[in-house]
Design a protein around this ligand. Structure first.
Ligand code: NAP
Length: 488
């Protein structure tokens, strides 16, 4: 491989660096066909970025007032004649009405900004369709992932990426340069066959969130039913007491922390499983099963949903004393105390339990907020790898341990009280402890020097059954080197 080849990025899908040999794009005349929302926002942004803009409309007189005075609004054919780069801000259904411009469009670059209303709506992408109507033009797909609003508010307020594809490298580079001057980050998505994928992107509804949301809903449903049986159905069956009023707040509020806590442990469980797999097979080069791969990729969303449930739990808990039922219960307790002539109802152990329970709960929520904030792209991008991994991995694990303390102080000795076993069902908190405690135990085992050392070697490329030379930092930070063969 030559030095020049080595300098090229291996992956095509990356940010496009501007080529210094290309003439600066600013100052060029850019054409826009159409005078709708997108065309208007695009024209404003282009003018603000230093381009000359000529808008082609079927009715220029009526539409001219909608555009900035610096932009020229004229008939479609006139506009096309004045420029070599034309943004087609028209819906796909109306592309055929532009066919009368075919002669004046010869040799020009057409930028297809269109979107569809459904994923894979047509057999061919809109950009390929436009290219088939104008074979003498070069079509570039781009800017469709940017909304009219975002164009107007500037690239500061939102996603800065503009995905671009075309079969013509030169045309693609020109459009990328325009995007860059406008303050966007062009991303090269390769040739025209990627247009379909680019057109589907704005239509996808939370693609990375589906599995985590279903997981959270599934857990919520299970814990809600379990709590409903224990808190509402059990008193009704055993004592004919109507406790339905507990459903909107109490049952929901005992369900939310269960979901938050289990979800938080599910963020760290796949890492534990991955480490087990690496230790078992003695290599990091063996592919994880697909389900584990998917799980690892969804950890951020699972963590954010855990934070969401924890935040809701905090708000619900805050509102508990506001309930009418709570006030009645307090008055009832006070009257009972007066009737029984009890002066001191202070239970030292209960006071301490509640103080610790609330304090660790607040700390856990604080740490979860920190994890959520640092997972935002703008914040994550400002951290280096070590800082990010410290917050997400170390502080995240501390949050799991503190949440476990919160759960344990909530439960206290209730697990040993047989009255708590409604219909022989153990208290909910004992169930929630299962996965987090497994994760914590596994992490403690992995931190044992013999296992940690082996895991570290595997993650540095050592493989069981292969004779390799390795150099590893020792516990003191010094490097030790040696040769090893399998199973050492
Ligand atoms: P729009 O407001 O309805 O504007 C469409 C424009 O197309 C009209 O103003 C019209 O301008 C022109 N046009 C040309 N021939 C036409 C014909 N035969 N019939 C009707 N109109 C014709 O739509 P838009 O929201 O600006 O969207 C334009 C394109 O941008 C679409 O392909 C859309 O998918 C894409 N896009 C829009 C957004 C957005 O946020 N709006 C975001 C990404 C992509 P004249 O009357 O002046 O000729």
């Amino acid at each position: 491989m030559s030095g020049a080849d080595m300098a090229k990025p291996l992956l095509g899908h990356g940010s496009m660096e501007s080529d210094p040999s290309v003439t600066p794009a600013a100052g060029r005349t850019i054409g826009v066909l159409g005078s709708g929302d997108f065309a208007r926002s695009l024209a404003i942004r282009l003018v603000c970025s230093g381009f000359k803009v000529v808008v082609g409309s079927r009715n220029p007189k009526r539409k001219a007032g909608l555009f900035p005075s610096a932009a020229e609004v004229t008939l479609q054919a006139e506009a096309v004649k004045k420029t070599d780069i034309i943004f087609v801000a028209v819906f796909r259904e109306h592309y055929s009405t532009l066919c009368h411009l075919a002669d004046v469009l010869v040799g020009k670059i057409l930028v297809d900004v269109s979107n569809n209303t459904e994923i894979n709506h047509h057999k061919e992408s809109n950009a390929e369709y436009l290219a088939s109507l104008f074979p003498a033009c070069t079509v570039v797909k781009g800017f469709n992932v940017v909304s009219a609003w975002m164009l107007q508010s500037g690239a500061r307020d939102g996603n800065k990426q503009v995905l671009i594809c075309s079969n013509n490298q030169e045309a693609k580079r020109t459009v990328a340069e325009i995007a860059q001057v406008m303050g966007f980050t062009p991303v090269d998505m390769g040739c025209m066959s990627s247009a379909c994928e680019i057109e589907n992107i704005p239509l996808r509804l939370l693609p990375a969130w589906k599995i985590p949301i279903f997981l959270a809903l599934g857990l919520f449903l299970c814990f809600f039913t379990y709590n409903l049986i224990r808190q509402v159905i059990h008193p009704y069956v055993r004592e004919q007491k109507n406790k339905l009023y507990k459903i909107p707040i109490e049952v929901v509020n005992t369900t939310l922390p269960c979901v938050a806590y289990v979800m938080l442990s599910l963020v760290y469980l796949p890492g534990v499983l991955a480490a087990c797999s690496q230790l078992y097979y003695g290599t990091k080069y063996r592919r994880f099963p697909d389900w584990l791969d998917q799980w690892l990729q969804h950890r951020k969303q699972i963590g954010l949903l855990s934070f969401f449930c924890a935040a809701l739990h905090a708000v619900y808990s805050f509102c508990l004393p506001m309930r009418r039922s709570h006030r009645y219960q307090l008055i009832e307790a006070a009257v009972k105390q007066a009737v029984e002539k009890k002066m001191n109802i202070w239970v030292e152990e209960e006071v301490w339990r509640m103080e610790i329970y609330l304090s660790v709960g607040i700390i856990a929520l604080g740490l979860l907020s920190l994890l959520a904030i640092t997972s935002l792209p703008s914040i994550a991008n400002s951290l280096n790898w070590r800082e990010f991994s410290f917050v997400q991995s170390t502080l995240g694990f501390v949050a799991l341990v503190i949440s476990t303390l919160h759960t344990l102080t909530y439960g206290w000795s209730r697990a040993f009280d047989e009255n708590q076993y409604k219909f022989y069902l153990p208290p909910t908190y004992t169930l929630t402890l299962l996965v987090p405690c497994t994760v914590i135990l596994a992490k403690v085992i992995f931190s044992l020097p013999c296992i940690q050392h082996r895991l570290l070697r595997i993650r540095r490329g050592w493989e069981k059954g292969r004779y390799v030379k390795f150099v590893l930092p020792s516990a003191t930070g010094e490097y030790s080197s040696g040769e090893t063969s399998s199973n050492v």
